[in-house]
Every structure is written in C-alpha cells, then in structure tokens.
Design a protein around this ligand. Sequence first.
Ligand code: GRF
Length: 207
Amino acid sequence: MLKIVVCVSGGGTNLQAIMDAIDAGRITNTEILAVISNNAGAKALERARDHGIHSLCISPKSYPDRETFNQAFTEQMVELAPDIVVLAGFLVRIPPQMVHTFSNRIVNIHPSLIPSFCGVGYYGLKVHEKVLERGVKVTGATVHFVNEGMDEGPIIAQKPVMIEQGDTPEILQRRVMEQAEWILLPQAIDDIANGRLEIREGYVYKR
Ligand code: GRF
C-alpha cells in the first residue's frame, strides 16, 4: 500500500480529484495518511475533514524564521513517514532538507507545460495570465518529481490543453484543471503505487 501525504494551500480541487479517484478505484493500492495545509482557512482542509482524513496546518508565519519552519515541517513529515509527498497546489517552498530526505519521493503538479511558464513567480492564476499575455496557442499541465530547483525535477507526465478565443485567466485555469490536472495527478499516483515508474539518471520511464 502506497502511503501518501498531500500538501495543499487553497481550493483543493486536485486533492478532491485524488480522493475521488481512490474511491472510484482509478487509484489503487494507495492510502492518504494526512493532508497538510499552510493556510488554516483553506477549503482543501474542509474537503479532507469531510472525507475523514487526518488534516493539519503548518505555516511559516508561526515560526520566527524560515530555517526553524523548514526544520519543523521536515520533522513533521518524517514523523508521518509517507512513501510519497504529493504537492497539490502547495504554495510554500519545500525545505531543502525535505527534498533531500524524500529524494525522488515528492511529486508536484504545475499548471503549464514545463519548461514553459514555470519557476519563480509562476504560480496559481499568474501562470495562466502570462500564458495569455504571451499569446501561445497550447498550454497544459505537468506532473514532476521535486528536486532542489524550482519546477526542475524529472518530468513524470504532461498533457496539452488548447487556448480558446475569449479565454480569461480564470476560464483557462478551469480548463487546464478539468482537461489535464485532475486526470494527470491521479494517474501519476496510480502509476507510482503500482510500480509502473522508474527513474534513471534524472529521467522517468513508464513500464
Ligand atoms: C492548481 O492549478 C495547481 O496546478 C497549482 O495550484 C492550483 C491549485 O488548485 N499549483 P487546487 O487547490 O488543487 O484547487
């Protein structure tokens, strides 16, 4: 059984997609140990509680400095001892010591086709604003393992989504979620849980 901890910050629709996929048997062999949010008011926490999943809040704001937070957050994760940490719209930078401790065991979803529209400053709605500003015709989502870089780890899966006339950042964000994120992330978790992924020299291969 793959044990996962899901980290969230906001709406939690990706968390919902994971919970629904487990209930529907589209993700097998997987158990959510806990949901962690940096934001006590996150709708995602409500979704976790409604689903009877252990949920907790840990925020950098409750610590005197970033290093103390990094240490506490990492210790908490080590205590929970998941096989995989899933970042589903988590807006806090993952502590380097956590990346190290959970090397190739932290998965992130990013709402663009990496390496486009990613890195510092590209999060949430901003990604879709910049996509529309640039006038690209295709965007999408990427699931990847997390390394020390920002959106730079080995890519697990990507899915394209077409831009349409009249798109606003909000409309595009919703389409990227519906057509890509809510499908890709559950699939990636199911692939990991069932031993279908292999990482060799920084690349991910699907068996
Ligand atoms: C998603 O678009 C995710 O890719 C991004 O933040 C958003 C989170 O949405 N990193 P939700 O909280 O899962 O609804």
